[in-house]
Structures are given as structure tokens and as C-alpha cells.
Write a protein that binds this ligand. Structure first.
Ligand SMILES: [Mn+2]
Length: 242
């Protein structure tokens, strides 16, 4: 795997098209250009899109600019790894063939330069996520996906837009602390199993937490922070894209 490695998550590209998040898409384009010029490997750790559901013959047109950018990177030899999030799990052959080099539907547990990484989008790992885990299994179920595909795309995307808009709420400082400590406990469990770095998206929190046997990176997002994790082969750091 070519160094350095870049990790980003939670871009939530707007389903209405580029005019709704032009600034974000411009920064992302610049970020992609930087990787293109300097080389390396990219991990997109989920929720690249606010919603992605791939039909047999159709893909959503409002991501056209970023889709072409991604395929440009890929065709120039940049390895792009994708870990689907809860907003863009429903990928199919277009994503596998045209966009990404590797897709890890359930997260990646891999070695890079003798370091062991656990890279997860991060949804469904909290204790209270019990109900969500049932929902997650249901909506990832083959029968559910088959039935959902019967809905006309214009209608299903309208529905998804409505559902995904309701989710982005700000959380209070108290709950941020609690959330971080629960994520740290989750990371510790894994770090004790020979893992060096745990990377999580989904929570839109940015932090580097040093734990006894490794490091937990909360990847932040590109709605507020424009953060990315950077691994040069030895060290890992969370940075802000300017
Ligand atoms: Mn998410």
C-alpha cells in the first residue's frame, strides 16, 4: 500500500447537488488533487454521500462532479478504499468497478507497514444502539434491498432525503464526553487484541486519544471540521485540511 495514507469520513455530500455544498466540494476536490499530485492511498470511512442507493441501471446524478473526480484518482493509480456508512451502504457493481479499489462493507482490519488498523464507520457500536443494530440488519438484508429497489428512484431518494435531514443535530458537551469515553472503551477492547490504531467516523467528533496500547482516532467530518487522519508509515495524526 502506497504511503502516505489519508483517512476521511462523513462528507455527507448533498443529495440536491453541488450548488448546495459548493464550498465543501471545492475543498474536497483540492484535497483529492493534493493526493493526486503527491501520491498515496485514500480511505473513505463512510458517509461520503448523504444518501446512496445503487439501482441496477441508475446512479444518482447529483454527485456527478465528485464521482468523476474519484474515478480520475482511481485511473491515475491512487488506491481508494471505501468503508460504507449508514448513509451510503447500498452500493453495487458501479461502486466496485468504477469508483473504489476495495470496499469493506463491515469495516477493515488490516496491516499497513506492520501496524494493525481497525477502521470502522462506527455506527451501531454503542451499548444503546441495540435497536439500531436490529434496524441495521434489516436494511442491509437482501430481501429488504430487493423490495426497496421496486420503489421508483425519485420517490425513494425523496424519502431518504427527508430521513437523513432529521439526523444532524448538535450534541451537548456532557454527552460528547460520555460518548468519547464509551468509544475509548470500545477502542481499548480492540487495542488489547494487538491492534495499534482504531479509526472511527460517524460521530462527527474529532479527536486523537492515546490509550495504553495504541491510539483511537475520531475522524471528525467535512461538514464542520474538514479533518483527515494522516499516516506516514510510522506516525498517525489528525489534521485539518486548509
Ligand atoms: Mn454515519
Amino acid at each position: 500500500m502506497k504511503l502516505p495514507i489519508y483517512f476521511i469520513s462523513d462528507l455527507h455530500l448533498n443529495l440536491n447537488g453541488k450548488n448546495y455544498d459548493l464550498k465543501k466540494r471545492n475543498s474536497l476536490s483540492n484535497f483529492f488533487n493534493h493526493i493526486l499530485q503527491n501520491g498515496g492511498t485514500l480511505f473513505i470511512v463512510g458517509d461520503l454521500f448523504d444518501y446512496w442507493f445503487e439501482y441496477k441501471y441508475f446512479i444518482p446524478k447529483n454527485y456527478y462532479d465528485i464521482l468523476t473526480k474519484i474515478s480520475q484518482l482511481k485511473s491515475k493509480g491512487i488506491e481508494i478504499n471505501f468503508i460504507p456508512g449508514n448513509h451510503d451502504f447500498w452500493i453495487n457493481d458501479f461502486a466496485y468497478e468504477e469508483l473504489f479499489s476495495n470496499i469493506y462493507p463491515d469495516g477493515a482490519k488490516i496491516y499497513i507497514e506492520n501496524k494493525k488498523f481497525l477502521i470502522l464507520h462506527g455506527d451501531g457500536i454503542l451499548k444503546n444502539d441495540f435497536g439500531y443494530r436490529i434496524l441495521k440488519n434489516l436494511i442491509r438484508n437482501k430481501l429488504f434491498i430487493f423490495l426497496f429497489k421496486l420503489i421508483h428512484p425519485d420517490i425513494s431518494y425523496e424519502l431518504a432525503k427527508f430521513l437523513s435531514q432529521k439526523k444532524h443535530k448538535n450534541i451537548k458537551n456532557d454527552s460528547i464526553k460520555k460518548l468519547k469515553s464509551e468509544l475509548a472503551i470500545f477502542a481499548k477492547k480492540n487495542l488489547n487484541n494487538n491492534i495499534d490504531f482504531v479509526l472511527l467516523g460517524h460521530y462527527h467528533l474529532k479527536d486523537e486519544i492515546n490509550l495504553e496500547s495504541g491510539k483511537l482516532i475520531l475522524l471528525g467530518d467535512w461538514m464542520k471540521w474538514k479533518t483527515y487522519a494522516f499516516f506516514d508509515g510510522k506516525n498517525m495524526a489528525l489534521k485539518e485540511w486548509k
